[in-house]
Design a protein around this ligand. Structure first.
Ligand code: VAH
Length: 319
């Protein structure tokens, strides 16, 4: 049975992944790593161990790994795309300085490491539709630079030191649990909140801008299945394209209106996030993930919309 440390356990992915991992491996076997000011609360705090682990502090990572006999690290510490453009040095310090700390601890203490990459690891000169697993990666954002560099560093540690590093390139992730912070795809989360609250949605991304998106339950399953995969089948490691749906604001708006008649949306394009979105693919080709570790999404836009609206209505007492 695994002993897991989740670095960034109170973030958009971490808060849900930690609970799902505890359900699989046992509450006591999954440590919630957090930083000062973002301490775990409620069920995340009460259901299992927690340690202060700032990814820029290698000693804190090593201490938590030794204390809890960790053999698998989920490294979810990162600044999302729009925030990273505002704080590029911090994004690099966390994304790459932090990853280097994690990989060094993993090398020394024999841990496997999962570090997510992103559709943001591609730039405008990668094929937009059916973006291949192996193609040009020249992102124009610091977020993308940290993701591509993270892929290369993780592959280096696997090749040079035999560290079991694995990764998936996440699409924009949509969840009703922990609101995202500062991403380019986050409009696809915010639109559901507006619909349930009965508010007009002001969309910062222009019509016709397609991006890969994924419902969080599928993303969590991918993060777990890749780490459970038979390593002998893996031709790739860092990082696998995974995909489930691709849409633009008009498509998701019309889908929500099927369930929320009268829901209104207007466009007020944010040049920063639009520029980032324009540089990203429309739709990834995830054949390699399907071939090498049987990846398959379970939610499409309709199923996600029904579940998001149901769960948010409960969250806001409108069910
Ligand atoms: C962002 N939601 O928009 C994140 C994610 C692929 C998008 O990395 O920055």
């Amino acid at each position: 049975m695994k002993n897991v440390l989740v670095i960034g356990s109170t973030g958009q992915i971490g808060s849900e992944l930690t609970m799902k991992l505890r359900g699989i491996y046992g509450n006591a076997n999954v440590v919630a790593g957090y930083i000062k000011g973002a301490e775990p609360k409620g069920e995340l705090l009460e259901s299992g161990p927690a340690e202060e682990v700032d990814i820029t502090n290698a000693q804190q990572i090593a201490d938590a790994v030794r204390k809890h006999k960790v053999d698998t690290i989920y490294n979810l510490a990162a600044l999302l795309s729009a925030v990273a453009e505002a704080k590029p040095l911090l994004a690099w310090k966390i994304g790459i300085g932090g990853l280097m700390n994690t990989l060094e601890v993993a090398r020394e203490l024999k841990c496997a490491v999962f570090t997510p990459s992103s559709i943001g690891s591609f730039g405008p000169n990668a094929p937009k539709d059916g973006t291949p697993q192996d193609t040009i990666q020249q992102p124009r954002t610091m977020y993308g630079v940290t993701k591509v560099s993270g892929e290369l560093l993780s592959n280096y540690y696997a090749l040079k030191f035999g560290v079991d590093t694995r990764s998936v390139r996440f699409p924009g992730l949509i969840s009703y649990v922990t609101p995202p912070g500062g991403g380019t795809t986050d409009y696809a989360v915010d639109i559901y909140y507006s619909a349930v609250k009965g508010e007009k949605f002001i969309c910062p991304i222009k019509q016709g801008t397609f991006m890969d998106m994924m419902y969080m339950p599928d993303a969590l399953r991918a993060a777990i299945e890749i780490m459970e995969a038979n390593p002998e089948r893996l031709i790739h490691r860092n990082s696998f394209n995974i995909a489930s749906m691709s849409f633009d604001p008009e498509i998701i708006y019309n889908k929500i209106k099927e369930y929320v008649p009268g829901f209104e949306m207007v466009y007020d394009v944010d040049p920063l996030r639009q520029g980032i979105a324009d540089s990203w693919p429309n739709r990834l080709d995830d054949t390699c993930a399907r071939m090498e570790w049987d990846w398959k999404p379970e939610y499409d836009l309709d199923a996600m919309t029904r579940d998001m609206l149901d769960k948010l209505r409960i969250k806001f007492g409108k069910s």
